[in-house]
Design a protein around this ligand. Structure first.
Ligand code: UT7
Length: 327
């Protein structure tokens, strides 16, 4: 018995924010953003478009792509740090809007590694025989927790959602998943207020504590060491060599992190997928959006070996090796 990825989907806001737009908002330049991050544009949701809007659309697409109906889904897992509300979960909203009746649904918080964490949970549920089919979604609206006066973060992030349907199969599709965390580094990338440690107050609002705070340089250092290391572990567990990887789809945080990880792993740049120029860093949504785009662009063929890797808030990180089996 194995688990295969049967369907993919993605949904992005229409509004495009360019580097030139940002030049008018903060002291930055297209040249700085492009050379330091590789980002040119990002998508930004409207005020009245919550995360669930894009999660529902991406989820619906993934179910259709899998040739299934919402009633075929046994569990919904949404990875996000920007849910519609603290509770109820965005997972419950998605399941209800897709007409899934009483299907169990919940959110998980694992920063930019959220999609791989969700994949690990779904894979384990299916292998344990608990459920046959899972819908997993990575969705973020980082624009809504971005400090638009802080040039060190506001040029980086974007909004969007990506989804996948995982189902039991006689074939093996998900060959390995490895995930890790180190909570001692939490304050290098976090949102200080709004939880039980620092509830919303006049003080937290005045001091801009409901926004993402990041020590970019430190996060960068960890990302470029942890992502290649865990990718090697996942490849070893899968019994796959680096040469056998047809496409590497890393979390899209920074083009320099993507290139460095590819180099450290010894994967030719032609086999490393990047769409950061268009969408920026969409956190938990970035891997499934990139995966869906690579698939739509015909960059993935039946039987291909795909390596996924992520690093993010927590710190959390992870990698997965997937054999693409659609038939
Ligand atoms: O999604 C997972 C978590 N996130 C990440 O993986 C992000 C990891 N970090 C990064 O991608 C990079 O560290 C950044 C893109 C965030 C920053 O790039 P950097 O090369 O590490 O720049 P830096 O923070 O070391 O800043 C270099 C300079 C500073 O000026 P001084 O002190 O050298 O005079 C900054 O003030 O660039 C300045 N700077 C900017 N200048 C123009 C910072 N942001 C900007 C900006 N425009 N937007």
């Amino acid at each position: 018995m194995g688990v295969v990825v049967k369907g993919l989907g993605a949904s992005l806001p229409e509004k495009i924010l360019t580097n030139q737009d940002l030049e008018k908002m903060v002291d930055t330049s297209d040249e700085w953003i492009t050379t330091r991050t590789g980002i040119k544009t990002r998508r930004i949701s409207k005020k009245d478009e919550p995360s669930s809007k894009f999660a529902i659309e991406a989820g619906r697409m993934a179910i259709e792509d899998a040739g299934m109906k919402p009633s075929d889904i046994d569990v919904v897992i949404v990875a996000t740090v920007t849910p519609d509300m603290m509770f109820p979960s965005t997972g419950c909203i998605v399941a209800s809007e897709l007409g899934m009746g009483e299907t169990p649904a919940f959110d998980i918080s694992a920063g930019c590694s959220g999609f791989l964490y969700a994949m690990n949970i779904a894979d384990s549920f299916i292998r344990a025989g608990k459920y046959s089919t899972a819908l997993i979604i990575g969705v973020e609206e980082l624009s809504k927790i971005t400090d638009w006066t802080d040039r060190s973060t506001c040029v980086l992030f974007g909004d969007g959602a990506g989804a996948a349907v995982l189902t039991r199969s006689e074939e093996e599709g998900i060959l390995s998943i490895e995930i890790r965390s180190d909570g001692s580094k939490g304050e290098l990338l976090y949102m200080p207020a709004g939880g039980s440690r620092m509830p919303a107050s006049e003080y937290t609002v005045k001091n801009r504590l409901h926004y993402v705070k990041m020590n970019g340089r430190e996060v960068f250092k960890y990302a470029v060491t942890k992502m290649p290391a865990i990718s090697k572990e996942a490849l070893e567990k899968a019994g796959v060599s680096v040469d056998q990887v047809d496409l590497f789809i890393p979390h899209q945080a920074n083009q320099r992190i993507t290139e460095s990880t590819g180099e450290r792993l010894g994967i030719d740049p032609s086999r490393v997928f990047s769409n950061i120029a268009k969408y920026g860093n969409t956190s938990a949504a970035s891997i499934p959006i990139a995966w869906w785009e690579a698939y739509k662009e015909g960059k993935i063929k039946e039987g291909d070996i795909i390596l996924l890797a992520a690093f993010g808030a927590g710190f959390t990180w992870g990698a997965a090796v997937v054999k693409w089996r659609r038939k």
